[in-house]
Write a protein that binds this ligand. Structure first.
Ligand SMILES: Cc1cc2nc3c(=O)[nH]c(=O)nc-3n(C[C@H](O)[C@H](O)[C@H](O)COP(=O)(O)OP(=O)(O)OC[C@H]3O[C@@H](n4cnc5c(N)ncnc54)[C@H](O)[C@@H]3O)c2cc1C
Length: 489
């Protein structure tokens, strides 16, 4: 069994790599550890949101050619330039993101989504999650405008079916175990397929098997004590295999090994993601309310920035709270603004007609302290500044130990609601070192011949935090480059 290129994984990065490889070479094999129904890794769990740079609606039409005149008329798409994307990456990663890889990511974001569209993947504008309707006109507020039709499941199914039509072979329940290599480079993969271990030869291998977040032992080892207590938002199959295989073949480790993407996630969610619920266990409307921990205290600035720039780092903050949980508290004034994920039935929700009644229902919490904290918060809100969710409105609190910087509303209109959340980990940030051609670099400093990598298992791009919607774009951009270069040899 000889292939031109073997791709390890069948998520977004892997399938983009396989499709790009198939433009030059014929014999491409995709190895997927999961059964077909659970295939597609974390990519299947997403909303399909992809961050791309664009200078106006004409650019967006390269990704979404079927935008109608009526849709364009009722929407202010604004712009999200390459400079803004680059700045966002710098700012949220505290200027640690690899500048060369970040430049490749930003500059290829739109053209890569356009390439996916040309292959047959369909995109739309994310009116539901990323725009507010003000006076009959939608305005996009966070630089995140493009979404795959059908979300993550739609994206994975579309890429898989295009791969099949392109003659790419996909093996399910085929777990890559090790790379085959000698002094000249990579020669193939040892794989366990349906319980049998075999060796499959290839001229090149693309590793796209995700991070280590689904393995509690590696979480605790690399992210630190307490991380075994986090819930996993996505697939159970990303247990660091690709990273381990790369390191064993001499790859350099790179990036923020003690960092990860982690969010507010339903406190009683299962240990791993559930595809029937998808990403709806997340609870992302905290900028409109406040957080209270088990001691009855606020512990974070809920309005520090737009949600797209804070949500990925606040999971860690929740994990650090006593009991690893917190309550998000809202009043009736913002009820209509809560995202759809608050309406699912799998929520830990408490309701009260007075603040006293609400806090009396917050189990595991110092209720007297919580009531006092809410009262102090209410008196600190600068009510003379108007509330505006479309901009950082500066409507903050004054003189609190932890102020809220924007969107501070008093909690004064019943019924009051509280939602219990814990930390849900999305993906780990540390991984393999690659260059701008997606070649895996050895710890001696040279590319490992025949070895490429893309997606979650690459280190050096995300540190501490992450601008929402960049994970899929990252996988697509580097997946495409990896596949193309792997096929060209
Ligand atoms: C709930 C949720 C919502 C999200 N929403 C968004 C969003 O809207 N936009 C966005 O940009 N990002 C989002 N993300 C992040 C995004 O999912 C990831 O950044 C991206 O999907 C990673 O793609 P990938 O191809 O690198 O990994 P994955 O899609 O996870 O693919 C890894 C693949 O490798 C396979 N695999 C693992 N080990 C082996 C092995 N030994 N052999 C063979 N195969 C193996 C897995 O089964 C899987 O198919 C979200 C994540 C989650 C969990």
């Amino acid at each position: 069994m000889d292939y031109d290129v073997i791709v390890v994984g069948a998520g977004n990065a892997a399938l983009c790599a396989a499709l790009a490889a198939a433009e030059t070479k014929k014999k491409i094999l995709v190895l997927e550890r999961a059964p077909e129904a659970d295939s597609g890794g974390n990519s299947r769990y997403t909303a399909g949101l992809m961050r791309v740079a664009y200078s106006g609606v004409e650019d967006l039409k390269r990704a979404i050619p079927d935008l109608s005149a009526e849709e364009i008329a009722r929407t202010d798409f604004g712009t999200y330039t390459e400079a803004q994307f680059f700045d966002d990456m710098g700012r949220v990663t505290e200027y640690r993101c690899d500048p060369d890889l970040t430049e490749v990511l930003v500059k290829n974001s739109l053209s890569t989504v356009e390439w996916m569209r040309q292959k047959g993947v369909r995109f739309t504008a994310a009116w539901g999650r990323q725009a507010f309707n003000i006076g009959g006109r939608f305005k996009f507020w966070g630089g995140l405008t493009v979404e795959a039709v059908g979300g993550g499941p739609g994206l994975v199914e579309s890429l898989t079916s295009i791969a099949r039509k392109s003659g790419i072979e996909v093996w399910y329940q085929a777990r890559a175990l090790d790379l085959l290599f000698d002094d000249d480079g990579i020669k193939g993969v040892r794989v366990k397929r349906n319980g049998k271990t075999i060796e499959v030869k290839s001229k090149a291998v693309v590793l796209a098997a995700g991070g280590f977040q689904a393995d509690p032992e590696q979480r605790t080892r690399y992210l630190g004590p307490g991380w075994e207590l986090a819930k996993v938002r996505g697939t159970r199959f990303n247990t660091g295999d690709g990273i381990r295989m790369g390191l064993a073949a001499g790859a350099a480790a790179s990036g923020n090994w003690s960092g990860c993407h982690a969010v507010a996630w339903e406190r009683n969610a299962p240990e791993f993601g559930d595809l029937t619920v998808g990403d709806q266990f997340q609870k992302h409307s905290y900028p409109w309310g406040i957080y209270i921990n088990a001691e009855g205290k606020r512990f974070v600035d809920e309005g520090a920035d737009f949600r797209n720039y804070t949500y990925a780092k606040y999971g860690r903050v929740i994990l650090q709270q006593p009991g690893q949980f917190a309550w998000q508290i809202f009043d009736a004034k913002v009820k209509a603004q809560l995202r759809d994920e608050y309406k699912i039935k799998q929520v830990t929700k408490r309701v009260g007609n007075t603040l006293e009644e609400l806090v009396s229902k917050l189990e595991d919490t110092n209720q007297a302290a919580a009531l006092e904290e809410i009262r102090q918060y209410n008196t600190a809100v600068q009510t003379d500044i108007p509330f505006n969710p479309n901009v950082k409105d500066g409507r903050g609190t004054r003189n609190l130990k932890i102020n809220k910087s924007n969107w501070a509303n008093t909690l004064d209109t019943p019924p009051y609601e509280a939602y219990a959340v814990t930390c849900g980990i999305t993906f780990s940030f540390g991984g393999l070192k690659i260059n701008a051609d997606a070649q895996v670099m050895s710890s001696d400093g040279a590319p490992i011949p025949g070895l490429y990598a893309a997606g979650e298992l690459v280190g050096g791009i995300f540190w501490f935090n992450y601008p929402g919607g960049t994970g899929l774009t990252n996988g697509s951009v580097f997946g495409r480059i990896a596949g193309r270069n792997a096929a060209r040899g």
